[in-house]
Ligand binder design. Structure first.
Ligand SMILES: [Zn+2]
Length: 330
């Protein structure tokens, strides 16, 4: 009688391991050939104005992780040990660039020798950027959703290149997302246009709103400069107290990622000269809101800012914003 089965326990074990391994291989082959299955693409973004939209656009084809959380200031942020491990493991890294994440530039420069590391704000053509002299440009481009769309498109192109099977899905979801961005830009046009001419100036903690001001025709005045790395001078505070008093501006704006200390000094300065100034709300300048909330999305952040600014400066905007979803407006 021919014996084909294993004769000893040792042989069983070997055979079982081989069968199990073959089964695993077969399972893997089946899984990877299922159409539409997520590619194992791991993407890391610095700020949520990049990571949150890309998470929506990537859908189930890539895992998008954002390093900087709610209220975190990208100008000052230093990468942690865990951030370094995450970007080392990622297939693709997206950051803003233009010196926004000043403390991370060295890390990304080294990393770019090994994988795509894309500074998406630097993909916005120079003629659309706001110059700061010496060849530098204002990095706060997400404040103008039409320009940020150009930056996000560069990221979408990179995803499509890295995962060609997903290219159509990325482009389809990007188009749908960009239509929503157009809608929030149109809403902002409308509500900011309703601010009376005499009040079309906004004072903020730092200079993050130049693109917003240019796009929506509003004067913007920051106490600190483009980066929060430099301290505000006393002279700047006095200058802005003059502006508040002379223009009888009703409100100044706090930012979630910057201390309100300087703004309090401004309000006290104006009050000492008989002009009461209120806080027109907390704006999302360099960081978006809490994860899982509407304000924790890039579109929610834009809606919140437009609505808060318009209402505080005497314009007309619904308390709930563009679609009634805002929760933090007074
Ligand atoms: Zn900033």
């Amino acid at each position: 009688m021919a014996v084909t089965g294993p004769k000893t326990f040792g042989e069983w074990r070997i055979r079982a391991v081989m069968l199990f391994a073959a089964g695993l291989v077969a399972a893997c082959v089946v899984l990877s050939s299922v159409p539409g299955r997520a590619a194992e693409l791991t993407v890391v973004a610095t700020i949520a104005q990049i990571g949150e939209p890309l998470g929506q656009i990537a859908g189930d084809r890539a895992r998008v992780e954002t390093l900087l959380g709610e209220g975190v200031d990208p100008h000052l942020y230093k990468p942690t040990r865990s951030d370094i491990a995450k970007v080392a493991r990622a297939n693709i890294v997206f950051w803003s660039g233009l010196n926004l994440e000043a403390q991370m530039a060295g890390l990304f420069e080294r990393l770019s020798a090994t994988k795509p590391v894309v500074a998406i704000a630097e993909r916005v053509p120079v003629e659309h950027r706001i110059g700061l002299g010496d060849g530098a440009h204002d990095p706060h481009i997400w404040m103008d959703p039409s320009l940020w769309q150009i930056a996000l498109q560069a990221a979408v192109d990179t995803l499509a290149e890295a995962d060609p099977e997903g290219a159509d899905a990325y482009r389809r979801r990007a188009d749908a997302y960009f239509a929503q961005l157009d809608a929030v830009a149109a809403y902002t046009d409308r509500v900011v246009a309703s601010i009376p001419a005499a009040a079309r100036s906004m004072v903020t903690a730092h200079d993050a709103f130049a693109y917003f001001g240019r796009r929506y025709d509003l004067e913007v005045l920051g106490i600190q400069g483009i980066s929060t790395e430099s301290e505000a001078g006393l002279h700047r505070v006095e200058q802005l107290v003059d502006v508040l008093v002379d223009k009888r501006l009703p409100a100044v704006f706090v930012e979630t990622s910057v201390s309100d200390r300087n703004l309090r000094a401004l309000m006290e300065g104006a009050a000492a000269r008989g002009h009461a100034v209120s806080i027109g709300g907390q704006l999302f300048s360099d960081a978006i809101g809490a994860p899982g909330t509407y304000e924790g999305t890039y579109i929610g952040m834009l809606d919140h800012n437009a609505t808060a600014i318009a209402r505080a400066l005497g314009g007309k905007a619904p308390q709930g914003g563009m679609n009634g979803r805002l929760a933090l407006i007074n």
